[in-house]
Design a protein around this ligand. Sequence first.
Ligand SMILES: [Zn+2]
Length: 176
Amino acid sequence: MSAMKGRLFNVLAAVSLAMSILAAVLLVRSFVVADHWQYVSRDRSVVRAVVVNRGRVFLTQFSGTHMWDDGQRGWRYEATPPERMTHENHASQFAFAVSFLGFTYLSEPSTGFHIAFVPLWVPASIAIPFAVLFVRRRRSQAGRCATCGYDLRATPNRCPECGTAAASASTVAAPR
Ligand SMILES: [Zn+2]
């Protein structure tokens, strides 16, 4: 790995780690308190909401005529106890509905309703591949097998422990 690629990798790894930690904190928090942000446009034609609740981010947009009006305009924040959201149980009422591994998208164009659920485990686990690559890189730089960590000083071409071929002798000895 070249020095520039190495620096780029470090930046990406740091950003992904920060994202993972933030998502993990939100994930844990979302089972203690649900955070709601709700937006109502000036003419009440668009309502948006972002809710972090029970391990998922809930995004919704509703455009159309609303019967209710509590006077809210713009963004408003509210914290409530977390609750089970059962929107998926009503999937058949939407023209388009897809749900997979905690991801859900429901939409009803005739009423301007769009709902999406994004599970927080996805951003929370984004740093895992970087952590694996980081460990492999450190092992290679230390003259060890990237796969199992076996000392390759005596056998630089192939790991006698697990059979992994070394990337190249120059990579192993490359300065940082
Ligand atoms: Zn090995």
